[in-house]
Design a protein around this ligand. Structure first.
Ligand SMILES: NC(=O)CC[C@H](N)C(=O)O
Length: 331
């Protein structure tokens, strides 16, 4: 079972770390029972609430995977990270941030209320639905296919293969999209939407329906941990400035209205989605060189049972435990 204080100095071999993480996953699986799978997008309710899996990818090639790691799930709001990066790479950071702010809302991700609370009604940040829909409207292209292409190409560079869009999830979200449509119409009214509303919404629903595994999320996290450079080939996938802004936004806005708690108790940038995925970024630490993944790592978690804000309940506990044991906090 999960152990207390550990002398990492003597315990850093891969097999030992693997057993250790296996123990944590077994231990925290019981917490999946405290959450519920999302059902406002009907097809997401088919997920198995008991699932829990984690992948941790380090800079030096070290990989630890444990639990339900072979399941593909839709990335949902995690796609907002990718679309934000893609828009910044296409249009430039200042163009994007002139039109979407960088402030946490403290409200639910699909809140409509906060849209009217600011003048000139600029969406609060790119990770709430209003901001994400605005960002998607900025992507180049006149059709959902063209706009989505930018996101798929960037993701392919990060995860090493072209991901697919789950058409069933897309249809399910499309058919139950009244709230996102309300947000979209509001953005048309305030002049923030840069493309046709229907094209933008279709692209947004498709990006949310892109499938990934925890290993894919870990790869994305690792590239961000490495300031946008892929440590496998030392190629720049994301310009450093954009990677840094993205991490700041993940820390302040990535876990919806639980972002403050996550920053306080876990202390690393992360972004969750209502399907139960979380991508987390642990940058290199300058403390003891005897800690695991001292050069930084990306972490992908999947646990579809959610707490009331839309974050994986067991996934967050698992991340909190790992962050405290391995001293991952950036603070
Ligand atoms: N928080 C989420 O993961 C929300 C994404 C979902 N597709 C929506 O727009 O409602």
């Amino acid at each position: 079972m999960v152990q207390g204080t550990v002398n990492w100095n003597t315990q850093l071999d891969e097999k030992w770390l693997q057993n250790y993480v296996d123990d944590w996953v077994t231990f925290y699986r019981k917490d999946t029972k405290e959450g519920e799978v999302a059902s406002y997008i009907p097809i997401l309710a088919n997920a198995n609430p008991c699932h829990l899996g984690i992948a941790i990818h380090g800079k030096n090639g070290l990989k630890i995977c444990s639990g339900d790691v072979d399941i593909s799930f839709t990335i949902q709001s995690i796609s907002k990270v990718i679309s934000f990066i893609a828009a910044c790479m296409e249009k430039g950071v200042s163009y994007v941030l002139d039109r979407v702010d960088v402030e946490p809302t403290g409200q639910a991700f699909n809140s409509i209320m906060h849209l009217e609370m600011k003048s000139p009604n600029k969406p609060f940040n790119p990770f709430v639905n209003a901001g994400a829909i605005t960002v998607t409207s900025m992507l180049k292209g006149d059709t959902p296919k063209e706009k989505l292409e930018t996101i798929l190409v960037l993701l392919e560079r990060m995860i090493g293969y072209r991901p697919i869009v789950n058409q069933e999830v897309y249809q399910s979200e499309y058919e139950t999209s009244a709230r996102n449509r309300a947000i979209g119409y509001y953005l048309v009214e305030t002049g923030f939407l840069e493309s046709d509303l229907e094209v933008t919404l279709e692209t947004y629903f498709q990006q949310c329906s892109i499938e990934a595994t925890v290993e894919d999320l870990a790869r994305i996290g690792l590239i961000l941990a490495n300031d946008g450079e892929d440590p496998n080939n030392e190629e720049e996938v994301i310009p450093r400035q954009i990677a840094r802004i993205t991490k700041a936004l993940m820390l302040t806005c990535g876990m919806y209205d639980a972002s403050g708690k996550f920053a306080t108790y876990v202390g690393i940038p992360a972004k969750s989605g209502v399907s139960g995925g979380i991508v987390a970024v642990a940058p290199p630490r300058v403390r003891s060189s005897e800690l695991p993944f001292i050069e930084g790592c990306g972490i992908g978690v999947y646990g579809p049972a959610l707490e009331n804000r839309g974050n994986s309940i067991a996934g967050m506990k698992l991340l909190k435990h790992i962050a405290s044991q391995w001293d991952l906090s950036i603070f």
